[in-house]
Design a protein around this ligand. Structure first.
Ligand code: ZN
Length: 440
């Protein structure tokens, strides 16, 4: 059986730039939708993803107990505004969905500025941006606006309307399994519960969708499970429903904030030395560009749930600029200009390189271990496509020396400092000449 390579995954016509443009185009389409942790905006988002990949959509009823949490009531929003005394909409949900605090309870009445004030949110330090606020787990309401606008509000009577429903319904999530030859899985998870925010939310969704689309055509060893879930409650719900199946997950990554122009940041799983942690570390080092590896902390995205001590799954988190560390984070500044197709295509390629490593990280046994086998007489000099003879020979020597059954190719890559891809090609060449045998 042929060992899958990156070439199997990425058909040559799909260059990173072209792909980046496709990934960006999906973000553009999803941007106007008002998503939340439940409701029709989330469903509409899944329907659009479902046009790219055959997504299974699950509905979990409100009130369902999931570990220490309860699936909340479903929230749906049609309209929300604040009108001034002249009847003008001075804050309008239809102009920007960030204007409304997510999960705001229904309301329609007149009030003074003094009554309205405690329900307004703005950013004095970033006076032109609308902040993103939520109130999922205690019933409340509120509006978000640029601080500059807030300072201009006069003491007059306002009409406040929130045409929402907050009632028993469902929590919705999407799931897609790309089957490989093994039932062992790689989990790719992203939250899809933020409204009009591009980097935090839509970048992960669109990169994951396109990864799924491309993996679906490849010859794979692992099965790849893609999850599109509401943050926190979604991963807790999924874990609760799949508790007896999580032992299939061999590697996993949460994708978020992967579309901006910053360098890569990878946060390790709680285990710290999982193969996925080592794979990202190796591939990022080989890229030779500024990037950072972070130790696990129990703060961040859904890796918090996958890495809770009762599961301790090998799941890390890939970001470009980390959450909370870029000024546009959770504001209207996280819009279509913050993300770009080159960065999105670049993230896609990084993920593919890591999957390629995991697919090909095998352990071999040197079948001629007494002294170095003679490479020349087997025609192995310069046999690795496009590399100079010295580099190819060095890669073969490293693979031969450490293929004692106790080291896999990633071990050898870490020890030698050579690129994994080169060692994998050396192993293929050596196997073809009968010098190596794969150890199961
Ligand atoms: Zn967020």
């Amino acid at each position: 059986m042929a060992t899958p390579t990156l070439r199997n995954f990425v058909p040559p016509q799909h260059d990173a730039q072209g792909l980046g443009r496709e990934i960006y185009a999906l973000i553009e389409e999803l941007y106007p939708i008002c998503r939340s942790i439940t409701g029709d905006g989330f469903r509409q988002t899944l329907r659009r993803i479902g046009q790219e990949i055959p997504l299974a959509v699950h509905e979990v009823p409100s009130g369902t107990q999931v570990f220490d949490w309860t699936v909340p009531k479903e929230w749906n929003i049609r309209d929300a505004y604040v009108k001034n005394a002249r009847g003008e909409r001075i804050i309008d949900f239809h102009k920007h969905n960030l204007h409304l605090v997510s999960y705001s309870a229904p309301l329609h009445r007149k009030m003074s500025l003094r009554e309205l004030e405690p329900h307004l949110y703005s950013l004095p330090e970033q006076p032109d941006l609308i902040p993103y606020r939520t109130s999922y787990y205690n019933e409340n309401w509120g509006f978000c606006l640029p601080h500059r606008q807030r300072l201009e509000l006069r003491d007059e009577e306002y009409e406040v309307c929130i045409d929402s429903t907050l009632q028993d319904g469902h929590l919705t999530f999407g799931e897609y399994l790309v089957p490989g030859s093994s039932s062992e899985e790689i989990l790719i998870s992203c939250h899809a519960c933020h409204p009009s925010l591009c980097n935090d939310n839509l970048s992960g969704i669109s990169v994951a969708t396109h990864l799924a689309k491309h993996l679906a055509g490849a010859e794979l060893r692992y099965s790849y499970r893609f999850l599109f879930i509401p943050g926190t409650i979604g991963s807790i719900t999924w874990l609760s429903l799949n508790e007896n199946r999580v032992d299939r997950i061999r590697h996993g990554v949460v994708l978020t904030c992967v579309g901006d122009r910053g360098g890569f940041n990878y946060k390790k799983s709680r285990r710290g030395d999982a193969e996925i942690d080592r794979a990202f570390t190796h591939v990022l080092r080989q890229l030779g560009r500024p990037s950072a590896i972070h130790e696990f902390s129990p703060y961040g995205y859904d890796e918090r749930q996958y890495c809770s001590p009762g599961f301790n799954l090998p799941v890390g988190c890939l970001m470009r600029s980390p959450h909370g560390k870029f000024p546009e984070y959770h504001t209207s500044g996280d819009n279509l200009s913050l993300v770009d197709s080159a960065s999105l295509g670049d993230t896609f390629n990084l993920c593919m390189a890591v999957f390629h490593l995991l697919e090909n990280n095998r352990t071999y046994l040197n079948l001629s271990p007494k002294g170095e086998p003679q490479l020349g007489k087997r025609g192995l000099y310069g046999s690795i496509g496009g590399r100079d003879v010295k580099t190819s020979e060095l890669a073969m020597l490293w693979v031969l020396n450490f293929s004692d059954g106790g080291h896999n190719l990633l071990d050898i890559a870490e020890r030698s400092g050579m690129a994994f891809g080169l060692l994998a090609e050396a192993a293929q060449a050596l196997s073809a000449k009968g010098l190596l045998r794969e150890v199961q």
